[in-house]
Design a protein around this ligand. Structure first.
Ligand code: NAD
Length: 498
């Protein structure tokens, strides 16, 4: 059976740790094994990154960027291979996999601007013969820990930018779908990245704990579920590391009575059921302002949910593939059972879906609940499956209160034709990423991505300008070159221009 190995100091190695099965979620078969690093294996990667740092930090930013230009070309050339690898282990459709890769490539494009990004700021004559500038210097060895649901895009949020800023990076990808992540990292080595600047180490809690505890690792970027985000943030910051930890979500779409319903329904279909609901920006709650829009939504969306084309992600022309693991499928079905038991109205039930020829795949069909109330677990919890819940409220204020009271604050959107309502929503909603008639308001690579409340632990968002701040530390330099003949007497008052 193929083993997905670590990439340490430019070489593939199995290391000395355990291994785990990797499954094809469309068939339920274990198709590969992935190496799981022990502490000794992780230490090899840390040592490699540390040894590569002095030369890499002194490599001109323009040279670092040249590697990223070549990397971008290679990613584009290998789009089909990468999409297939993603789909075979994650289950998402080939088109969806290609979409996540393209959004990842946009982060590589941003990183290509390294010389411009790292220019710093300069002021001449801040005092007599004194000039000052601020420099953005790399931190050293930094690490990223990423989730299963975007095995290409989320790592690309992190290491291209960290690396062009002059850091050396250790990536610990999800052990559930590691092949595309490894393949992409190998393309960066092929693009000319020196050994040790990027290491990929697979693993589980043991590998992550080794990163948290290593004094050589100065910063941690994490994306995954909230309990693990909180753990990594508290353990990392306790040890003096810089940490950004992005967690889970429950994203609401508000439908105002004046919404363009046809477009809102199309938007909701993609945002709720795309990638089988396994997106941190997936819409899982539709908040309808008034019964009229709620009834109209149910009438229009039900036939579309029933018509979803569901099958093995690697087949073309599908809307949805399976969930990632058998455990994920059982968890989602468990939430649907709980929704029924707690009194929500199950309008479309995806529990019994069987895909012909893929009877052992981890499939759940598109599911819709109506008349969901805030105390139900299908409302409070992140289900991370193809389940959309309708909550009916009487006013925009009530819709906003509901969203603001939820523990998560990743993404949200409003569908309306009313500019005043949209403006109020943007101003006062306690959520980090907001869409107006845009269902998945994932910021482009030159803005930054991050939620509020328990969707993000840390101060800085991921990628874009915040990513640059996260992966650099500022140094302010003040320099005097006195004129040769001058002599200045000792000054005991605090220096100023006063
Ligand atoms: P997860 O938290 O289970 O795993 C994420 C990473 O943490 C993986 O690399 C995993 O190996 C590691 N990990 C798991 N358990 C650990 C432990 N006990 N100690 C240390 N490390 C551990 O998340 P997942 O299931 O892979 O991904 C889905 C979750 O990620 C969802 O909650 C989703 O909302 C979230 N997510 C958030 C964002 C965002 O930007 N906010 C983006 C994508 C996914």
């Amino acid at each position: 059976m193929t083993i997905v190995n670590h990439l340490i100091h430019g070489e593939l190695t199995a290391g000395t740790g355990r291994s785990a099965d990797v499954f094809n979620p469309s068939t339920g078969e274990a198709t590969k094994k992935v190496a799981l690093a022990d502490r000794a294996t992780m230490q090899l990667a840390i040592d490699s990154a540390k040894s590569a740092f002095p030369a890499w930090r002194n490599t001109p930013p323009a040279k670092r960027a040249q590697v990223m230009f070549r990397f971008k070309q290679l990613l584009e050339q290998h789009e089909a291979t990468i999409s297939k690898l993603i789909s075979e282990e994650h289950g998402k459709t080939l088109e969806d996999a290609a979409g996540e890769l393209k959004r990842g490539i946009e982060n590589v494009e941003f990183a290509c601007a390294a010389p411009e990004i790292l220019k710093g700021e300069y002021s001449r004559n801040v005092g007599p013969n004194i000039d000052a500038w601020s420099d953005m210097q790399p931190i050293g060895v930094v690490a990223g820990i990423t989730p299963f649901n975007f095995p290409a895009m989320v790592p690309l949020w992190m290491y291209p930018l960290a690396i062009v800023c002059g850091n050396c990076f250790i990536l610990k990808p999800s052990e559930r779908d590691p092949s595309s992540t490894l393949y992409i990292a190998q393309l960066l080595i092929e693009a000319g990245l020196p050994k040790g600047v990027l290491n990929v180490v697979h693993g589980d809690k043991e590998a992550v704990d080794a990163l948290i505890e290593a004094p050589e690792v100065k910063a941690l970027s994490f994306v995954g579920s909230t309990p693990i985000a909180e753990y990594i943030y508290s353990e990392g910051t306790k040890r003096g590391k810089r940490v950004q930890a992005l967690g889970g979500a429950k994203n609401h779409a508000v439908l105002m009575p004046d919404a363009d319903l046809d477009n809102a329904v199309s938007a909701l279909m993609g945002a709720a059921y795309g990638s089988c609901g396994e997106r941190c920006m997936a819409i899982s709650v539709a908040v309808c302002v008034g019964d009229q829009i709620a009834d109209a939504l149910v009438e229009k969306i039900v036939p579309q949910i029933k018509a979803l084309k569901i099958g093995a992600g690697t087949s073309c022309g599908l809307d949805m593939g399976p969930l990632v693991t058998g455990a994920a499928r059982d968890k989602v079905k468990g939430y649907i059972d709980a929704g029924v038991a707690q009194g929500a109205s199950l309008v479309v039930d995806g529990r019994d879906l069987v895909v012909a020829g893929h009877e052992n795949g981890y499939f759940v069909g598109g599911t819709l609940f109506d008349r969901v109330t805030p105390e139900m677990t299908i409302y409070t919890d992140e289900i991370f499956g193809p389940v959309l819940c309708i909550v009916r409220v009487g006013s925009l204020e009530a819709a906003m209160q509901l969203i603001n009271d939820h523990e998560y604050g990743n993404g949200t959107c409003i569908f309306t034709r009313d500019g005043e309502a949209a403006r109020l929503f943007c101003d006062e909603i306690e959520v980090g990423m907001v869409g107006v008639n845009v269902p998945l308001p994932v910021p482009v690579s030159y803005h930054s991505f991050g939620g509020w409340k328990r969707s993000l632990f840390g101060d800085l968002h991921a990628y874009g300008p915040d990513g640059v701040r996260f992966y650099t530390r500022k140094k302010a330099i003040t320099q005097r070159w006195p004129q040769r003949a001058s002599h200045e007497a000792a000054q005991f008052a605090f220096p100023s221009n006063g």
